[in-house]
Write a protein that binds this ligand. Structure first.
Ligand SMILES: Nc1nc2c(c(=O)[nH]1)N[C@H]1C(S)=C(S)[C@@H](COP(=O)(O)OP(=O)(O)OC[C@H]3O[C@@H](n4cnc5c(=O)[nH]c(N)nc54)[C@H](O)[C@@H]3O)O[C@H]1N2
Ligand SMILES: Nc1nc2c(c(=O)[nH]1)N[C@H]1C(S)=C(S)[C@@H](COP(=O)(O)OP(=O)(O)OC[C@H]3O[C@@H](n4cnc5c(=O)[nH]c(N)nc54)[C@H](O)[C@@H]3O)O[C@H]1N2
Ligand SMILES: [Mo]
Length: 765
């Protein structure tokens, strides 16, 4: 019998080191860190080769994040964390069949997530047979036959679920959804359900498109840039360059965040050292240390101030919007006491910053997970829309909405069909283009997929990338769900915990990454991606693949499809012989992709249509932008409770842990830490390094996790922060944002209890 694998990483046992928080982002330490990760993982020669290709017109798109590339690129168009992402994929270590024969999955699960990732690139297709404890190799042909036979034996197409993580190229994602819809289901959950779903659901009904409306060039023309609930210094370091350039041109930057994130304090471009320019730039002019969940109140405050101090674009409000009066009436009905209490920000400061916003001729609002992963994530985004619409800050230079996407192609994946609840008009065009019949019922999103697995409703769970077990909420509940599934399949580059906590049978299909050469029958291929600002461009890897057994994601999909469908209107093998054929097909099925193969070969790719940005028009039922009216959420917490947010450290990429450092925050050695206000600690008689257990409370359910270490930090009172994914077992599966169903990873109500110091090693609860 197979022993059960552990679902939460054991801690890396290093002593916790605490230093002062850094005030300067990037600079020389960023250069040193890029080099260190590069050389350790890839060696000198490969580092130079790989990094010379990142974000170059003839190279590959950085797998780090979705921030766009400037038109005038430098020779080194990457950042510290992009370099780490490249090094992590292009590393020379390998996970081979011998590795799997040496280690059983339960043994591997006792290793930390960091250790698992460090073992290197997966090299062969592998299968974990029923009741067996070790993966064994199998051929691609055997793998496809096995998966196809499981899918054929299902009672209903909806008993299969197909997850996607946002690194998948447009071509692979498009073919993948075509395969899934040909099977007859819309069960296409993706990482976006846990990420910017609230942005899409907030923007769609108000401005008529679920995407941002700015270009990179707009940053140079903005009067004011709001950065809300986002830590670009760590997660989008190249955005700091855009902020610096904007700043040097006179923009005012307003940072709204419970934490004083270093990236927004002072910035030194790493490449300036080569030009012997040692000056640093102060970025944020204002930092409002809002309480977690306090943005709703703060935004109402700004709206009140704006209505008093003028700067309203009355003509725009009158002619191109609806709902202004009701929205304003609601904001004005909320008294200052409530706004101050809920936001944690004094009226003086709100008025001061509110005036800056009122006086602005062009405002850009950027945001990320601090807003989207709140229970009221969708209405928060819509309050941001309210605020900007008041001044007409959309569809003109230097102004607009900028949801800053995470995974490098998460936006593109959605555009090409990774969408469990795609609108009917989208599916109709897809149906015609593919010449198949597509069911119109919505499929499972991430949270509903977990519910379905737990209820025994899933026979086959297929993942195109990602780490479903560790990225999703409620780790133990998700693990139970996964163990219920007949067959789980992971198309992956690196080993992670989702390969260990599996269905009754599991298959690993190792694939090429962004950095690698992709050669098909017609020769070398490139793929395309869409960045956070709607630019579609090419990405072509150049390194020799990590193993000769690796296959590209499009190849994997087309070969599986060949085994799945006896008579399909699509000629699957032909599609992957030359990816131009995939793009030809995409042109037929998607809006905005005409002359795809020609336009994507232009130097900087092409822009997808975006009515608010291109023509200040709004694709809503009344063709007007919508102001929306929202109640304030209840954010009062009982005296003995805290609100916990789960965030990223500087040395991780989502569930991939590169190292145990969080350089900017001055923390290293341990990832099971809790950032807590020193006064809250003193009140409980606690000091730095106190060990605590955390219990989350939701609808009467309690989830507990032990062995966490307290660190005194500059964070609002009754707010605490822990790292994702270690804290995910505390995120209740049913605690999701209204409308978007995004897990509320930034709003978890918890209590803390001290534990004896000698307690070692996090236990599996
Ligand atoms: N190096 C690196 N780059 C990455 C990633 C990575 O893991 N590593 N992940 C990628 C992905 S998929 C994504 S989605 C992005 C994530 O990028 P971010 O959204 O920047 O990531 P988080 O660490 O989740 O940080 C959220 C920020 O929101 C703040 N916050 C939390 N609650 C609130 C609140 O109530 N109000 C306000 N105003 N702020 C709040 C936190 O203090 C934190 O600064 O980054 C992408 N890029
Ligand atoms: N508590 C909490 N939970 C969160 C979040 C949070 O802030 N707090 N953030 C959420 C967010 S924003 C996101 S986006 C999700 C992320 O969820 P996922 O996207 O599922 O997770 P990742 O950690 O990015 O996936 C890493 C794995 O992807 C595989 N991989 C890497 N590159 C490739 C490739 O090119 N092709 C293929 N096929 N596989 C590849 C590797 O095997 C690697 O181990 O997590 C969410 N979960
Ligand atoms: Mo994300």
């Amino acid at each position: 019998m197979r022993k059960q694998a552990r679902s939460v990483s054991p801690p890396d046992k290093n002593p916790l080191k605490l230093k002062k928080k850094k005030k300067l982002a990037a600079g020389i330490p960023a250069v040193t860190s890029s080099m260190k990760h590069g050389i350790q993982n890839m060696g000198v020669k490969r580092s130079v080769k790989a990094l010379a290709m990142v974000n170059q017109k003839s190279g590959f798109d950085c797998p780090g994040c979705a921030w766009p590339d400037p038109e005038h690129r430098t020779q080194f168009e990457f950042c510290e964390n992009g370099a780490k992402a490249v090094a992590d994929e292009a590393m020379t270590a390998r996970v081979t069949p011998e590795f799997f024969s040496k280690h059983s999955i339960d043994q591997l699960s006792e290793k930390s997530d960091m250790w698992l990732n460090k073992q290197g690139r997966l090299t062969h297709p592998m299968i974990l047979k029923k009741d067996s404890s070790n993966y064994t190799p199998l051929s691609w042909e055997e793998a496809f036959e096995h998966i196809a036979s499981k899918i054929h034996s299902m009672d209903h197409p909806d008993r299969s679920v197909f997850y996607t993580s946002g690194r998948t190229s447009n071509e692979a994602a498009f073919l993948y959804q075509a395969m899934v819809r040909s099977i007859g289901t819309n069960n296409l959950p993706d990482c976006s359900n846990m990420c910017h779903e609230s942005s899409g659901k907030g923007l769609g009904p108000t401005i008529g498109i679920g995407k941002g409306t700015v270009h990179l060039e707009d940053f140079n023309q903005a009067d004011v840039i709001l950065v809300i609930g986002q830590n670009p210094g760590t997660n989008h370091p190249r955005m700091l360059t855009a902020l610096r350039d904007a700043k040097l041109k006179g923009s005012t930057i307003i940072h709204i965040n419970p934490l004083p994130e270093t990236g927004l304090e002072r910035f030194k471009h790493p490449q300036d050292y080569m030009k012997l320019n040692f000056s640093t730039t102060k970025l944020a002019d204002y930092h409002l240390a809002v309480r977690i969940g306090g943005d709703a109140a703060l935004l109402k405050g700004f709206i009140k101030v704006h209505s008093q101090y003028g700067g309203l674009d009355q003509a725009f409000i009158d002619n191109q919007t609806e709902g202004y009066n009701s929205m304003l009436e609601k904001a004005l009905s909320i008294d200052w006491h409530t706004i101050e209490r809920d936001s944690g920000i004094g009226r003086d400061q709100i008025e001061k910053v509110g005036q800056v916003l009122s006086n602005s001729k062009a405002t850009i609002a950027c945001w990320a997970m601090g807003l989207t992963q709140q229970p009221n994530g969708v209405s928060l985004i819509q309050e941001v829309v309210n605020l900007l619409l008041m001044g007409g800050h959309v569809g003109r230079p230097g102004a607009g909405f900028c949801p800053v996407r995470g995974h490098s192609n998460v936006q593109g994946d959605r555009t090409v069909g990774i969408w469990e609840s795609a609108p009917e008009s989208f599916l109709q065009k897809m149906e015609q283009g593919l010449n198949i019949t597509i069911p119109k019922e919505h499929g499972y999103d991430v949270v509903n997929a977990i519910h379905a697995m737990r209820k025994g409703k899933v026979d086959v769970f297929f993942c195109m990338g990602g780490n479903f077990l560790s990225a999703t909420p409620d780790t133990f509940a998700t693990a139970e769900g996964l163990r219920n599934v007949g067959l789980t399949v992971q198309v992956s580059t690196k080993l992670n915990r989702s390969h260990l906590v599996t269905g009754k049978e599991a298959i690993i299909l190792p694939c090429l990454g962004r950095t690698e050469l992709d050669v098909q029958r017609s020769g070398k291929q490139f793929v395309t991606v869409e960045n956070s600002m709607g630019v579609v461009h090419r990405s072509r890897g150049g390194l020799q693949p990590a193993s000769t057994h690796l296959r590209s994601e499009p190849w994997i999909v087309s070969n599986l499809s060949t085994h799945l469908f006896e008579d399909s209107p699509l000629n699957w093998p032909e599609l992957t012989d030359d990816y131009d054929r995939i793009r030809d097909l995409m042109e037929q099925c998607l809006t905005g992709f005409h002359d795809y193969n020609i336009r994507v070969r232009q130097e900087n790719g092409f822009l997808l249509p975006n009515p608010p940005r291109d023509s200040r028009t709004f694709d809503t039922p009344s063709s007007k932008a919508q102001f929306t009216t929202h109640e304030l959420p209840n954010v009062t917490i009982p005296k003995d409770r805290y609100i916990m947010m789960t965030i990223r450290s500087h040395d991780q990429y989502n569930t991939t842990i590169y190292d145990v450092h969080d350089r900017y925050r001055g923390i290293s050695g341990n990832r099971r830490i809790v950032l807590m206000n020193a006064l809250d600690m003193a009140e409980r008689g606690w000091k730095n390094r106190q060990i605590v257990s955390i219990s989350s409370h939701f609808n009467g359910e309690v989830r507990t996790s032990s062995d966490w270490v307290l660190v005194a930090y500059d964070i609002p009172r009754q707010n605490i922060a822990t790292y994702f994914p270690e804290a995910n077992s505390l995120v209740p599966l049913n605690s999701t944002a209204r409308i978007s169903n995004t897990p509320t990873s930034k709003w978890i109500e918890v209590t803390l209890k001290s534990e004896p110091f000698e307690k070692k090693g996090a236990e599996e609860e």
